[in-house]
Design a protein around this ligand. Structure first.
Ligand code: PLP
Length: 373
């Protein structure tokens, strides 16, 4: 059997005709960027997140970058975040001229450890970017309280957490700004690149609308420097359709994750299964286990035709371009330990029971072989 990590074909196939009709509507309208399709999706997504405003942009990376710019963050400023994330989180900080300051993560949840914030704080700190990695939210009540006490902005990187909640509040709606990616493999994915920022703050929303369109306030009136970060109408039309299925797809992912938990409990003692924090609703963008024999397990699964990924094989401060942002040695022990142990199993809404049983059986066989060796 061959089990790919993703299967977008199965996701899209049932709605093929609706997608084609949506694309045809955009073609007929001649309205290809910004405009009514984008506006309509923005309204729907803001509503879904429980936020007042949504600003569609070209990617999740642009969402993060513009969010920082809208908060006035630039050279001389520091932004606290984690080093176990996709590079874009940190890249956006560096693009503004600000300095990323890394804090360690919690051993069990793999998310930002709020108890480490104080040690990372300086008089230059302007913002915190918690990353809701793998589909569950960081401890936002603690992060928000810390930010409030020190007058910091909070920008959520919710690129892997569309629809996730903490204390019944949606990802993206907790911070000053919430950033999303709609890269095709995300829980809500476009047919190409797209992203968005949600916020309750009208002033920030206006600034973001201006920043994404060359810093203009009204047509040809440029009050600030901006860039072209517009969302395409075709992506907006597709996202609007897919948004109606997001909750169903997330619950299918949840079922897959529950089955992994049930089937893998008796696995080898070197395997540790992921946990969900109390008060979190997890959307399982990824099902990430830990194994002290990770590389061997990955190759055993690969030999059986099962594709796995590592999110991510290096922490950001271990990447060549970011080495000079590495904190004092010993500051990120959990982050550095995890990168060699994590493994993401296929976990998408249309993984079949047979495929999943094949995966878990292969893991059990691999564990027995590893024990015997
Ligand atoms: C995907 C992702 C991004 C970047 O989004 P793009 O749309 O690819 O630019 C940023 N942060 C995290 C955590 C992501 O998973």
């Amino acid at each position: 059997m061959n089990v790919p990590y993703q299967n977008l074909e199965r996701l899209h196939q049932p709605d093929q005709a609706a997608f084609e009709a949506a694309i045809q509507r955009v073609i007929s309208s001649g309205d290809f960027t910004g405009g009514r399709f984008v506006q309509s999706f923005e309204d729907s997504f803001a509503n879904y997140c429980g936020s007042r405003h949504c600003i569609g942009v070209g990617s999740g990376t642009e969402a993060l970058w513009l969010a920082l710019l809208a908060c006035g963050i630039g050279p001389g400023d520091e932004v606290i975040t984690v080093a176990n994330t996709y590079v874009a989180t940190v890249e956006a900080i560096v693009q503004t001229g600000a300095k990323p300051v890394f804090v360690d993560i919690e051993e069990d949840s793999h998310l930002l450890d709020a108890s480490k914030l104080r040690a990372a704080l300086s008089e230059r700190t302007k913002a915190i970017i918690p990353v809701h990695l793998y589909g569950q939210m960081a401890r936002m009540e603690l992060i928000s309280a810390f930010a409030k006490a020190h007058q910091l902005r909070v920008i959520e990187d919710a690129s892997q957490a569309h629809g996730a909640t903490r204390l019944s509040r949606k990802a993206g709606s907790w911070g000053d700004l919430g950033c999303f990616s709609f890269y095709p493999t995300k829980n809500l994915g476009a047919f190409g690149d797209a992203g968005a920022i949600v916020t309750n703050d009208l002033e920030l929303a206006d600034r973001l609308r201006s920043l994404r369109e060359h810093g203009q306030s009204t047509k040809n009136q440029h009050h600030r420097f901006g860039w072209n970060c517009r969302m395409d109408s075709i992506q907006a039309a597709i996202l609007e359709l897919k948004l109606t299925q997001l909750d169903r797809w997330n619950s299918l992912r949840h079922e897959v994750a529950l089955r992994y938990q049930e089937q893998l409990i008796p696995a080898h003692p070197t395997i540790e299964l992921p946990i969900t924090l109390a008060e979190n609703e997890h959307t399982y963008h990824a099902f990430v286990l830990r194994s002290t024999n990770r590389d061997l397990l990955k190759s055993q699964l690969s030999e059986a035709g099962i594709q796995t990924l590592i999110h991510y094989p290096r922490a950001i401060h271990q990447q060549e371009a970011y080495r000079h942002f590495a904190p004092t040695a010993g500051t990120l022990p959990v982050t550095e330990q995890l990168v060699s142990e994590i493994l993401s199993l296929p976990c998408h809404p249309h993984l079949t029971r047979d495929e999943q049983t094949y995966i878990t059986n292969t893991i059990h066989d691999a564990s027995i072989q590893q024990l015997a060796a």
